[in-house]
Design a protein around this ligand. Structure first.
Ligand SMILES: [Zn+2]
Length: 463
């Protein structure tokens, strides 16, 4: 949209004069800049309300006597009828031509249709802000917080509804993608569009617990039906070498140890609370959208849960599988804690075995654990862990190939999607609500929010 800068300058000049007059009329000796700001914000809000009202009434134009109805009957002009919407400026009341009287009982206002307005509801501009608040803050906190920004009140339910709408749009996009990639013909169509095959693509998958409460509070009194469900999340990403000048202190230490530091970029998250096979379809669909099935090198770095490796082997059998380095080494630390009471012995064992793991000599790590079976039950349990993951722990080989070996991306992704919102104090989630907010957050973290905002403003009226 083009704005007439001169006109806006004139309006702001006029507004400044009005404010000055108003303040002088108050006869105050001292005026605080904060007061002036507040008066101007209120003034701008009123201007916005009027401008939006005028815009909609002007856009409505001349009324027709008759319109063709969707049912192919006739709609007759009734009168200019009043409607209300909630915009970023607050409540806007406008009048527009209203048509009704068809045998199907339909009623139509053309200007509402044209701009995707639902009378009584919020505009897409306001919906965007409410939804943003709803994915970051508890709904009630968001309501209070928004009031300071918007200068008018919205209800907690409206904040919740708009945040959920964004999640539902992401859910629909996910479902559409899954549908397309379950279908051979549309997969081929995609190849004809020539999505370039990535050179090196990474992915990580993990899960985090979310507390789901019963929908009906009375059910809770009968029996405690609160349950924990796994929110499964994945991330597709690329790696890039951090230039020496941009390295943090921690990264500088890492560079000294490891020679180079790689960071993740272009992170695209997906998530759901669903069974592993359903989640697998989403993994496949989001991967295909990025050409993962045709990537020259595809690398999965995960913490080692069996369902995750099974999905990867099923959908991407050629992918390189790596157990997250930090999980693998952390287990050695815990074994050492359990097995040695003498700190210097503990340190000596840990140093040697960590070096073996770093060099990908997993057989030696297993031997070292076998030597501690009497002192540590975790050592005993870990024989299977290291034994089953031999090929996924060839860290020297992976490092030589220039691969990332840590799954920090998805660890922090789970924190951001789940802990920072779904686990806020006082948060109570029904299953659907938790899924929608998680999906909306994943979209935000993936830089996909603007697509949801566009989809929201194009929502059909009769939805
Ligand atoms: Zn009709």
């Amino acid at each position: 949209m083009k704005y007439n800068i001169e006109k806006i300058k004139q309006i702001s000049q006029m507004l400044a004069e009005v404010v000055e007059e108003a303040i002088q009329a108050e006869g105050q000796e001292e005026v605080w800049i904060g007061d002036v700001e507040m008066v101007m914000r209120e003034g701008l809000r009123v201007i916005g309300q009027h401008a939006l009202q005028n815009f909609l009434e002007a856009a409505d134009g001349e009324a027709e006597a008759e319109l063709e109805c969707e049912c192919s009957g006739k709609l007759k002009y009734q009168r200019r009828r009043q409607a209300t919407i909630w915009s970023v400026f607050g409540k806007v009341v406008y009048r527009r031509a209203y048509y009704a009287g068809c045998r199907c009982g339909n009623g139509v206002a053309l200007v509402d249709q044209r701009y995707g307005i639902e009378p009584g509801k919020v505009t897409s501009g306001l919906a965007h802000l409410l939804a943003l608040s709803g994915i970051f803050k508890a709904f009630e906190d968001g309501r209070q917080w928004l009031k300071e920004f918007l200068l008018f009140e919205v209800s907690e339910n409206t904040v919740r509804a708009e945040a959920q709408t964004m999640g539902r749009l992401q859910q629909q996009a996910d479902e559409q993608l899954v549908k397309e990639t379950q279908n051979e013909a549309s997969l081929q169509g995609r190849e004809q569009r020539q999505i370039p095959a990535p050179d090196l693509l990474y992915a990580s998958i993990d899960a985090a617990k979310v507390r789901i409460e019963p929908r009906n509070p009375q059910e809770k009194e009968v029996e405690n039906r609160e349950t924990y469900r796994d929110l499964k999340a994945g991330c597709w990403y690329e790696g890039e070498i951090v230039p020496p000048r941009q390295r943090s202190t921690r990264q500088q230490e890492k560079a000294q140890r490891e020679g180079t530091v790689i960071r993740a970029r272009n992170k695209r998250y997906f998530c759901d609370i669903a069974k592993a096979d359903e989640f697998g379809k989403l993994l496949w669909a989001t991967g295909c959208a990025l050409g993962a099935d045709r990537a020259r090198q595809l690398v999965f770095i995960c913490d080692g849960a069996l369902w995750i490796w099974n999905l990867i082997t099923h959908y991407f059998p050629k992918a390189i599988q790596i157990v997250d380095w930090y999980h693998a080494v952390d287990r050695l630390k815990r074994i050492a804690e359990e097995a040695f009471s003498n700190p210097s012995e503990r340190q000596a064992w840990l140093k040697d075995v960590t070096e073996d793991l770093w060099q990908g000599r997993v057989e030696l790590v297993i031997d070292a654990c076998r030597g501690l079976l009497k002192q540590s039950s975790l050592a005993k349990q870990s024989l299977g862990y290291y034994g089953d993951n031999l090929e996924r722990m060839r860290y020297a080989q992976f490092r030589a190939a220039g691969f990332l070996i840590g799954s920090g991306v998805i660890e922090s992704g789970c924190k951001q999607i789940v802990s920072q919102r779904l686990k806020l104090p006082g948060a109570q989630w029904e299953l659907d609500g938790a899924i929608l907010i998680a999906k909306a957050r994943a979209a935000w973290l993936s830089g996909n929010w603007q697509n949801l905002v566009s989809a929201r403003s194009a929502l059909p009226l009769a939805a």
